[in-house]
Structure formats: C-alpha cells, structure tokens
Ligand binder design. Structure first.
Ligand code: FMN
Length: 341
C-alpha cells in the first residue's frame, strides 16, 4: 500500500513537472503550493526592507556606502575620466558618510577608505554641477580625521615579484575534503582571524561583501549545529570546529541581486579553505539544505535575523592521518573548457 502510494505521488509529481515547466505562469502555479522558497523569499524581502530602512543609518559596515564609494572609484579610474560624474548619487554618498562617521560603531578602515576616495573625487571633479557643489559643502563640514594613509585608486604595479608560485599549485592540489579529524584540533582564534582576513580579500559585487563568518568550537553549540545538516552522518561527532558562512540580504536593494550573497560568500569561502590549508588545518564543506524548517532552526540557534541566512558550514580541524580521504577525481579542461565556440 505504502509503495503504491509513493508510486502515485511520483506519477503526480512527474505530471505536474511536465505541465508546469511549460511556461512561467504554470511554473508560478506549481510553486504556489510548494514551500521550497518560503524562507528564501521572506529572507529576501526582509533584507530589501532593511536596506531601505537603514541604508543611511548607523551600522558597523554600511553596504550603501561601500557600493557608492566603489562606484566613485570606478569613475576615478575611467579612461578617459569624465570631468563631471556621480551627480546622481554623490549627495547620497556624502550624507551616508556623514551618518556613518558620526557613529562609534562604524568600521574605521571603511570610513578611512570612503574619506580618501571622497577627498580625491572632490579634488579632481569639475565643481560646476549644483549637486557636486552642495555635496562638497556638506563633505567639508564633516569633521573626520582618517586613522590611516590614503586609500585611493592606484596604478597597477605590473607583474608581481613573486615567482610563478608552484607552492600555490601544490596547495590547491593538496587540498581535499577531510572528514576525520584529530581530537581537539580546532584552530586558535588568532589563526581564525588571519584566515578570515585572507578570505575577505576575495572579489565581491561592488565590494559590498554582504556576508560574514561565524566560528564555533564550543562543544554544546557545535553539537546543536551538527545535528542539522544531512551530510555529516557518521562523522559529525569528531568535527572539532565549524565555520558558518552567513549571507546578508540587507546589503542589496534589488531583487535581481538576490544571487550575490551566494556568489560573494562562495568566492570568499574558497579562499578560506585554502587559507586554512596553508595554516595546516583541513576542512570539509557541509551542505546547507534549502529547507524551511532547518533554516528556521539554525537561525534560531545562531540568533540570526530573518534577512541573514546560512549558506554553508565548513568543518575545520587537523586531519587524523589514520582516516581515509576520498580520491574525488576531478574533471579537467578537456571536459570543462571550450574556447571561442
Ligand atoms: C556546496 C558543497 C556541499 C558539500 N556538502 C558536503 C556534505 O554535506 N558532506 C560531505 O561529507 N561533504 C560535502 N561536500 C564536500 C564534497 O563532497 C567534496 O568537495 C567533493 O566530493 C570533492 O572532493 P574534495 O573536496 O576532496 O576535492 C560539499 C562540498 C560543497 C562544495
């Protein structure tokens, strides 16, 4: 009976998939009754709402400021550079800088960077446009003292002095997902900080870096978290620490940018894996499922607001050399690269 029922369910699902994948109206109908996207959609809307509410308000790192300063930097390096640019967002940028610079919470390096770029912008831009003039006035009224040297666009230094690094290649080929770890082999917080600082050098859309890392080696918290992902069956108990990669939808104000938290966090996470490897630690990415119940559970355990969501977990520790590592044959350029086709 049970077998017959699941067969019927599968037949119905196949029928629906056949019909509903035909066009977007039918696809919408299909998802009306599916809960697959509920958490994601709520998280996205909550992020867009938060961006609009607090874009210019005080917070540690301001996504709007980062985005606009990045746009100014691109304007500054444009060839040929326009005598007048950024007229549509310079006021917003200076206002946001003013808000952020008056908050003790704001990141100093972010403010120094914004200050340098704004100073350079007003130094080179033609001061005829009304908006540029009023923005300059406002900028001059802000009493900000940078703590570090200038952070303006620079000329590329050409080929690096480092030799083509065979050590880098070695590191890349050596890295493999490790699932068996030595007891109590979690990295020190100093190493975790260095690894995260390296990972944060990754590229990101408009340099917004709308994601964060949370490191966990507390046994109770670790045990609670490791109950959630499906892919740790059989080896969860020996994982000494976890890095939780968290995306923040409130860094964006357009629905079309909803994929960026995944891309940015993943580019950075790859650097994280290599950086850990470089410090003698091993890792294994653990899949985080797109599942409403699990998303709610992990957000509640980590006390995350709705607009933040877990993207992946990474097990971290030192490999137990008596534990096996799957060979995991990779594809190569013969199957995965086409040129000028
Ligand atoms: C997004 C993602 C999810 C993964 N999820 C799991 C998982 O849940 N459990 C696991 O044991 N390995 C997981 N892995 C590790 C992969 O199985 C592993 O990267 C792949 O087999 C290639 O092997 P390698 O990492 O040793 O090169 C995951 C990797 C990625 C990138």
């Amino acid at each position: 009976m049970k077998h017959k029922l699941s067969k019927l369910k599968l037949t119905c699902k196949r029928f629906l998939l056949n019909v509903c994948s035909f066009n977007f109206i039918l696809a919408k109908f299909y998802f009306l009754f599916s809960r697959s996207y509920t958490f994601e959609q709520t998280a996205l809307l909550s992020g867009l709402r938060r961006f609009n509410l607090i874009a210019k308000k005080k917070r540690q790192s301001n996504s709007l400021l980062r985005r606009n300063i990045h746009r100014l930097e691109k304007g500054l390096i444009m060839q040929p550079r326009k005598p007048e640019f950024a007229t549509d967002y310079i006021e917003e940028t200076v206002e946001t800088f003013k808000e952020c610079s008056s908050s003790s919470q704001s990141s100093v390096s972010e403010l120094d960077w914004a200050f340098s770029v704004l100073t350079e912008y007003f130094r080179v831009v033609k001061l005829e446009h009304k908006k540029i003039q009023s923005s300059l006035k406002l900028f001059q009224s802000i009493n900000y003292l940078p703590k570090s040297s200038s952070k303006i666009p620079y000329l590329h230094k050409g080929k690096s002095d480092l030799k083509h690094s065979s050590e880098f290649e070695e590191l890349v080929y050596k890295r493999a997902s490790v699932r068996w770890f030595e007891k109590n082999s979690s990295p020190s917080i100093d190493i975790v900080k260095r690894v995260v600082d390296i990972s944060l050098q990754a590229p990101s859309a408009c340099n917004r870096q709308s994601f964060e890392y949370r490191f966990v080696d507390n046994k109770d918290l670790l045990a609670k978290l490791l109950k959630l992902p499906g892919g740790v069956t059989g080896f969860a108990d020996n994982i000494p620490s976890l890095m939780v990669v968290i995306g923040d939808y409130s860094g964006y104000y357009l629905e079309r940018d909803r994929h960026l938290i995944y891309i940015d966090a993943s580019l950075s996470s790859m650097m994280l894996l290599l950086a850990f490897e470089n410090f003698g630690f091993n890792t294994c990415v653990l899949n985080w499922p797109e599942n409403d119940k699990k998303n709610k559970e992990i957000n509640s355990i980590l006390n995350l607001p709705t607009y933040k969501r877990v993207i992946m977990l990474v097990a971290v520790g030192k490999a137990d050399c008596s534990g096996g590592v799957p060979y995991s044959q990779k594809k190569d350029s013969s199957t995965s690269l086409t040129v000028n086709e």
